[in-house]
Ligand binder design. Sequence first.
Ligand code: CUO
Length: 679
Amino acid sequence: DRPTEPIFMKKGEDNVSFDVPPDYLIDRYKPLASDLQTRFPGDVTVPVTKLNNLPDLSIPLALGRSQPFSLFNPYHSKMASKLIEYFMAAKNVDELLSLSVYCRDRVNPHMFIYALSVAMVHRPDTRNLTLPSHAEMFPKIYMDSSVLSRAREEATVVQPGSRTPVEIPHDYTANHLDQEHRLSYFREDIGINLHHWHWHLVYPFDGPTNVVNKDRRGELFYYMHQQIIARYNMERLSNDMNRVSRLVNWREPIVEGYFPKLDSVVANRTWPSRHPNSTLNNLSREVEQISFDIEDLERWRDRLFTAIHSGFIISINGEQVRLTETGGIDVLGNLIESSILSQNPALYGSLHNFGHNAIAYIHDPDNRYLENFGVMGDSATAMRDPIFYRWHAYIDEIFQEFKSTIPPYNVQNLTFENVRVQSVEVSAAGVPRNQLMTFWQQSDVELSRGLDFVPRGSVFARFTHLQHTPYSYNIVIENNGNQRTGTIRIFIAPKFDERGLPILYREQRKLFVELDRFSQSLKRGRNEISRSSLSSSVTIPHEATYRNLDSNTSAPNSEGAAAFNFCGCGWPQNMLIPKGNAEGLQCQLFVMVTNGSVDQVEQPSSNNSGGAQCDDASSYCGLRNARYPDSRAMGYPFDRPARDGVNTLQQFLTPNMGAQDVRIRFTNRTVSVRNAANN
Ligand code: CUO
């Protein structure tokens, strides 16, 4: 709550105050210690145990409280890593609380929230606790900065309960003179940006090894971002735009500009913009201890391509490490990102992270204007900028290059014997068969946690986002063998390219967007399966992104609050399917059944304790503290180029697969928020 307020202040409606040992106060407040204890009496007082040894914060304190914090900056991520290490090492929850109380008023608030969140999702004793939404703690990095001053006014002038939600205009970062602005509803979606923030929280590239080293994390880095690009491309085709072009040439001006209109996290400055036709430069920024040349990026890229085509990388000891058919992608993911699991950072560098940095500092590469990084420098904001997708499309192509060096799946690799998909359809109430409906919807986000130094009580921002009518998949499967378990995999891709021509399989496979994956028991004979879009293994529920309001109180209802227990990582349900268009974007829905006994992954028994595993969105986020729950390559069966002779999806199909033409029809109407607040 209120990340820049001192810890001893009275909190929210709960009237919680912290009974803090006087030497925990920052020097400035120490003379006021006794006064402060009586000035903020709470209904609930949380006693904070005194630590025997206060932590040495010299490393994290190198970043000032009002400085911006960038995860992609190695200097900053090392500081955060130190903090994570302290939080992870705390012996119990009391000690963790004590430590965090001590750190909170000292270290940079953004770094503090990041490090504490990473620790909380990884510690066995806190991983079932609710993490507040990052957009509630730092609303200024998720929405138009003008909203915040209106929210402050509302909170200061109007009593809780009578406050009116502050409406965020639908179009606030540009107008349609900028073609890219057609996609702003996707790039600036709160849920999408929250997903990205959470993903990097669950999969940090730096930190204690036991936090970073997760099952197939390098592969998931590739797959989750590959899916973002596939989704973005489908969104572009929905809007009559070309697929995103890779940022191939780093010496040419970048045509896309971006003007975020956000306040930066702590310094109350406007977040820097990038003018159209800016050019990347060598970076030399003393303050952030970051300097590298564009040539370094080019060298790392060339070494990566050499490794891919030689079939091995050179480890730090000078040994050859083979890029195997199944494990190679994971090795590469860690190498390209790069994470601390990279097997040779000196040789292969940190192409992806440093690309983020080069772009983020494009407006001030040597800090002569004392300007901060642009939105590409923060995982909570990077997806707002069109350049994010050009950069990640480039990164993805390196992974695709590797996938094209391994043997394609043959028919036997794809078949599930005696299992046949008979038919596939989608249906939704009030919508023609095999059609999906999209429209706009308004939902509310609570802002008060992020309104430091203003009166308490809820204030909401009203946000317009894409939504679709919930639908079901109806799948008929014939099982001519004994009863067994199958894994149902559902994807969707556009059918036609920019010119209206059928997309060939070699390109279409990269456009397939995962919609769901689930286990299904198959009895002998005919199996009629119905599965709701709301159960998707890709998404988290709408309530995990937005608060629904009780009609009169303008307080979040209990259902909404309970839903916040979800783990945060996951594609927002409202963005499950792309926008489509008024005529109905023609797509192909793909369903495959694979052998569950092959797909199954043994989980170490020690990980079964601890309750919730955050299994709501396992396709893109994995399971918390467990292995990735599918033994196949991520993106299977579309992760590799097809066998010889396959030019179309139809030719790719084996009997255990099915395809169905569907249309996504968009209606330009806005459905108002459910249970709208008082007005
Ligand atoms: Cu998620 Cu580039 O990795 O932003």
